[in-house]
Design a protein around this ligand. Structure first.
Ligand SMILES: Cc1ncc(C[n+]2csc(CCOP(=O)(O)OP(=O)(O)O)c2C)c(N)n1
Ligand SMILES: [Mg+2]
Length: 890
């Protein structure tokens, strides 16, 4: 026992001597010398066989020393008052909403933990944008929306009625959306953030796109920042950390993450058995970020200053988060016993402090001075992005009603006593008699708080969040880039992918539009035959090209340049989508009509990054998503994971996504031209999804008068040679399957005497949207002459049977059956793809010419126009196996 004690004392003395030596070097030669010395010591230790465990984190204390903190520039007292009022109103709007409509939901505890982080930013850092200048772009944590509304209420930008109608958007007088949604509040919210993980990803690519605009000379250099306020639980989403190395590689010092580390997510602790702050620090430092930890408030400074042996810091580092969380809900005596009680020296350190004092020791994320110091350092930091890891308490101020409790995320109701306690704690002047109704409180405009609040925002350029379109529409698109496609390609075979690339190439050369085009590719340029663009416009790289490319002596060498135009994203559809969003919203965020074209493997689009596409829709993004190598049977060889028969169906639910599946060059040209007109001249908040394929065939010339049909979704491509024939059919194809419909037309006429019209369906979604809109109008206006859908108008007077064939699931053609004069037969490619050639795939999925022809014959038999026996023979003649397995089941 005595030996052990001696050893401990010896160790303590030894440690102290080393510390003193280090202090001596620090004071005489500065921190650089200390760094070198420690590095040398490490090498020395390793040479002597001491293995040092790898650790990318630093001690569990604030990154900024108390002695290095700047003075606080504002009125702490007025800011505290303002923050308290916002806290109250944010809480009250949720409580009231749930009193009036039980179950309507809302969140109190997220903002309660984030209030200081947000208020210091609002009062001192976040710049608004004006008509002629950009501000900061701020991604607010989605669940903290009540606090953002409550501030806007004080600012006079949101009425009391709207506040009362939180989560009641359909009420008379309008309401407020639950979370940030630019679609629903287009003058207010800029960024939808509530799908966890998307906002950190989008913020990174937004900051990167801001550099892109500056490096290309489209926008003056600016000191403005992209701020993302995030949850610590949110950091578990793969998207949250997925692009952090890019942010460092691109030296995005215009980017600041603020992670609200309240140690809790929805169900419980983020890392009960670990330390989320340390874990995130290691991840971000490892990725090359500037990490600023804001863990302890000013109250802790004297304790840390007296921690000569580092025992307190060590104790801070060893307590797991589940335990730390508990300190927030327990009395000071518990903290004394459990935290300081681990070492007698620590007990001694706080012997002079009361239990109440220990309970109130404030954490860093609730201390404006600490938060201000961190933000200032972040804003001034150069050369890499910054992440601030700020320790807070979830549900701060809710007391028994949920402060630090595991149930706090879901807490929406406070009883009268809890409301009173909250009111008293934050000094809100509401009488006991009124408090049960949780009334909103807004001080008079002339009060010092309100004057201060307005002054601070004026100094920072105005209010935010605030969104609006900030640039003039473009003139209608020029004809020239699109004209050649109407002529067809003669005998020359090409693919719609080739045509899409040619359109983009020509647009890049256009004197007006050229500089606005933003080609985005996730490492598929060669797949799509786009490598000529490397040379033509260059690949964007913030650092230019620091090496001689291996193919420098070839014509199409891999050219990176600081003013390069292509965003070559590498293998990240999610990142590419985030770039697409940044470029497609520049009309609102920067007042520039950039026109993104994002080309990708169609299977890895709506299916893989569907939620980002949903966010793009919410954000009123404009641009073209080009789904390459599309079609379940058109992409030969690649098989189950690559062959896309799904994406067009997945495009249906996105309300403002206009989807097309063109077959021919002139269709594609008409669609892109009209898209530019609608989005950038007419300023419609839509975006486009257009699939292209890699099957080559001669592109026909554009028939006269089909443009309207192309855009509406269908037109008559090739009528039957004898429209008066007895046996009549109508075959409908889209994408590459249109050629199968044409082949079936010939088969039917030559071998079975059936005369078929062939129609091109460029968009099932357009036809479906039109049909349902007409249905709706007719349903609500039964006494008026019915309106007619485009399908109905095209087909009303037709005779014969109808067969629709798609390279996508049958649900697409099925979706428009209702508008046909008689029920059509729908063929599609439901099921898993196969590695095979096109002919075999089309036979297997029953969408080839023979199957289309057989379907027409079968339909004629069903209408008693043909003998069933004749059709059975025809099936054999066509080489089809009636007993082949159903492709959806195998
Ligand atoms: C993609 C996604 N999954 C789940 C949710 C549901 N959800 C909303 S908030 C939340 C917990 C958030 O915890 P954290 O990020 O730590 O934020 P805090 O409220 O603690 O600040 C969850 C799971 C969501 N909004 N988005
Ligand atoms: Mg949290």
């Amino acid at each position: 026992m005595a030996v052990e004690k001696d050893r401990q004392e010896l160790e303590a003395t030894e440690t102290r001597e080393w510390f003193e030596s280090l202090d001596w070097v620090l004071s005489s030669d500065g921190p650089d010398r200390v760094q070198r010395l420690l590095a040398d010591l490490q090498i020395h230790a390793r040479r002597r066989g001491v293995e040092l465990p790898f650790s990318a984190d630093t001690p569990h204390v604030n990154t900024i020393l108390a002695s290095d903190e700047p003075p606080y520039p504002g009125s702490r007292e007025l800011e505290r008052r303002i923050k308290s009022i916002i806290r109250w109103n944010a809480m009250a709007m949720v409580v009231r909403a749930n009193l009036e409509s039980p179950g309507i939901g809302g969140h109190i505890s997220t903002y309660a933990s984030a209030a200081t982080l947000l208020e210091v930013a609002f009062n001192h850092f976040l710049h608004a944008k004006g008509e002629h200048f950009d501000g900061d772009q701020v991604y607010f944590q989605g669940h903290s929306a009540p606090g953002i509304y409550a501030r806007a209420f004080l600012e006079g930008r949101i009425t009391e009625l709207e506040l009362r109608n939180f989560r009641r958007e359909l009420m008379e007088g309008g309401g407020l959306s639950s979370y940030p949604h630019p679609w629903l509040m287009p003058g207010f919210w800029e960024f939808p953030t509530v799908s966890m993980g998307l906002s950190p990803l989008m913020a990174i690519y937004q900051a990167r796109f801001n550099h892109y605009l500056e490096d290309r000379g489209l926008h003056p250099r600016s000191s403005h920042k992209v701020w993302a306020f995030l949850g610590d639980g949110e950091m578990d989403e793969p998207e949250s950390l997925g692009a952090i190395t890019l942010a460092a590689r691109e030296k995005l010092d215009n980017l600041i993450f603020v992670v609200n580390c309240n140690l809790q997510r929805l169900d419980g602790p983020v890392r009960g058995n670990g330390k989320i702050i340390q874990e995130l620090e290691a991840a971000f430092r490892g990725a090359g970020w500037n990490v600023i930890k804001v863990i302890w408030g000013t109250d802790w400074d004297p304790l840390l200053a007296s921690d000569h042996d580092g025992l307190l810091v060590r104790r801070m580092g060893e307590v797991v988060d589940g335990e730390s969380q508990k300190y927030a809900v327990m009395p000071g005596s518990y903290i004394r016993e459990q935290f300081f009680g681990a070492h007698p020296e620590l007990v001694e350190m706080v012997a002079h402090l009361s239990d109440e004092h220990l309970r109130r020791l404030r954490l860093g994320g609730h201390d404006p001075k600490k938060v201000y110091a961190a933000y200032k350092a972040a804003v001034e930091h150069r050369g890499s992005p910054t992440v601030i890891l700020a320790r807070t308490i979830k549900g701060y101020g809710l007391g028994e009603a949920g402060e630090g409790r595991n149930i706090t995320h879901q807490q929406k109701k406070l009883n009268e006593d809890e409301l009173k306690e909250f009111r008293t704690r934050f000094g809100i002047p509401i009488d006991d008699d009124d408090v049960a109704d949780a009334p909103f409180y807004r001080p008079p405009d002339s009060s010092p708080e309100m004057v201060y609040l307005r002054q601070r925002r004026e100094a920072l350029g105005g209010f935010l969040p605030s969104r609006g379109v900030r640039c003039a529409p473009l003139p209608p698109p020029p004809d020239e880039p699109f004209e050649e496609f109407a002529q067809g390609s003669g005998d020359r075979e090409t693919s719609t992918t080739g045509v899409a690339v040619r359109i983009v190439t020509k647009l890049l050369k256009d004197p007006q539009l050229g500089k606005l085009i933003v080609p985005i590719i996730p490492d598929e340029a060669r797949t799509f035959g786009m490598e000529s663009l490397f040379r033509q416009v260059g690949i964007y790289s913030h650092s230019g090209q620091l090496y001689e490319p291996v193919d420098r002596d070839t014509l199409l060498y891999y050219r990176e340049a600081k003013n390069g135009q292509i965003l070559e994203e590498g293998i990240t559809e999610a990142g590419s989508m985030a770039s697409f969003i940044a470029a497609g919203t520049a009309h609102a965020s920067h007042g520039i009509n950039t026109i993104p074209f994002f080309l990708f493997y169609s299977m890895f689009g709506l299916q893989r990054v569907g939620d980002l596409i949903w966010a793009a829709a919410d954000m009123r993004t404009r641009g073209f998503l080009i789904g390459g190598t599309s079609g379940r049977t058109t992409l030969a060889g690649e098989g189950l994971q690559h062959q896309d028969g799904n994406s067009h169906l997945l495009a249906y639910p996105v309300p403002n996504l206009v989807a097309y599946d063109p077959a021919y060059a002139y269709e594609l040209a008409a669609i892109v031209k009209d898209g530019i007109r609608r989005m950038f001249s007419e300023q419609e908040d839509v975006f486009y999804y257009v699939t292209v394929t890699n099957e080559t065939y001669p592109m026909p010339a554009m028939p006269a008068g089909v443009e309207e049909g192309i855009l509406r979704g269908m037109y008559l491509l090739r009528p039957a040679s004898d429209p008066e024939a007895g046996l009549r059919a109508h075959l409908f194809g889209s994408g590459a399957i249109l050629n199968e419909a044409l082949a079936a037309q010939a088969l039917l006429e030559e071998r079975f005497g059936v005369h078929a019209d062939v129609w091109s369906i460029t968009s099932y979604k357009q036809l479906y949207m039109d049909g349902t809109d007409v249905d709706r109008w007719n349903r609500l206006h039964p006494a008026e002459p019915p309106r007619r859908s485009w399908v109905d108008r095209c087909l009303a007077d037709t005779r014969g049977v109808y067969v629709l064939a798609s390279d996508y699931v049958k649900a697409l053609p099925q979706s428009i059956c209702r508008y046909f004069p008689r029920p059509p037969m729908a063929l599609g490619t439901d099921g898993f793809g196969r590695s095979e050639d096109r002919a075999s795939l089309r036979r297997f999925f029953e969408v080839d010419a023979a199957h289309i022809a057989a379907a027409a014959l079968s339909s004629l038999a069903a209408e008693n126009q043909l003998e069933p026996g004749r059709v059975r023979e025809a099936v054999t003649e066509l080489g089809l196996d009636p007993d082949a397995p159903n492709p959806v089941k195998v």
